[in-house]
Design a protein around this ligand. Sequence first.
Ligand code: GUN
Ligand code: ZN
Length: 435
Amino acid sequence: MTSLLLRGRLLSFHRAPESLTDTASYLYEEDGGLLVQDGRIAKMGSYTQVKAAAPEGVEEVDHRPHLILPGLIDTHVHFPQMQVIASYAANLLEWLNTYTFPEECRFVESAHAARIATHFYDEFLRQGTTTAVAYCSVHKASADAFFSEATKRNMLMVGGKVMMDRHAPQGLLDTPQLGYDETRAVIEEWHGKGRNHVAITPRFAITSTPEQMSAAQALAKEFPDLHIQTHLSENHDEIRFTCELYPDATDYTDIYARYGLLGKKTLLGHAIHLSEREADVLSETGSVAVHCPTSNLFLGSGLFPLKAIRRREKPVRVGVATDIGGGSSYSMFKTMDEAYKIQQLLGERLNPLESFHLMTRGNAEALSLVDRIGTLDEGTDADLVVLNASATPAMRLRMETVNTLPEELFLLQTLGDDRSVVETYVAGKPMKPLD
Ligand code: GUN
Ligand code: ZN
């Protein structure tokens, strides 16, 4: 058995905070200890307690005065879009057609997919993100590269071969049958291997024919435990075109409902412009709306009503995500900084406890994976991030006037980036790249 004892200031959420003073929603241990054994958190509490329970001569790493949190979680990214980020476009559809689809065509080459996969994981670990939910490209080779690298690094990743059979370049299209067969092959080869989770991934209704949607439905029926991911109501032109393509459906959400694609494991990217009826359907089915703030601002898609949608009589489950490469930052701090600003524009307050809950436990709950990730609870996987709120001269100066934990978290969210990430642990192993 391998053992490691970490010392630092522990922060882990029990539930969503109701206010800035809701101290019962989280655990904060000023001089905390975490005993990691065989990749899991074996013991968590005060350093003195945990040290007493640890084996004689256990290796110790003292991270004081830094914070130790569960590894950050990103619930919507596009693995083949690392070389799309920062592309200049007027809106979603122009951005997809001009930059994104041509770039994704390159992932037919295994060597290219493998090269980008190493950069992808390096970048997420640099940012303190230990789990991401990714769209690969339409090519099976891209999913193979994605999961092969995740397996090497022992990371808990969710990903899927994109299904798309129309309205894109020829090099980016499968067929209903091929989309079904190759998704099935990816499930058989990768799901449950290491810590991998495969997601059924029809890109969105524009790029899937009704026949392909039926193929996705068949997969969802055969593999009811798998995640399903797609995009919903991101942009007004997209919504209009989608509804033209499926004239029998009541609205955009109804298209996915008709093909049996909504449910507790379904992640719907963006979901910005929903009617009350659509929000009710998401709530009733337990589907998750995934908020991608930097992307929504970058592409001019709109302002997602994060606070309002959660406090409805029929609340909608939400996750938060970068949406690389429509998103403009890999950092979950930058993501929540933009989420905060969007709520400001909507006349709402998103407090830093809520933000840090969302990046950790909240996203784990959105993925139905909170029994494994997103907290420092004993028995869960030791995916951790160590954070320094004084990482830069400007942060250090501002920290001189910080008095409370929420103030420190807000500073991290507002000024923090990969420089604030001191270390990223994956299943108990330090994994942050050196450069
Ligand atoms: N809708 C369909 N595909 C995409 C994509 O790659 N990025 C974003 N932001 N929206 C999409
Ligand atoms: Zn997306």
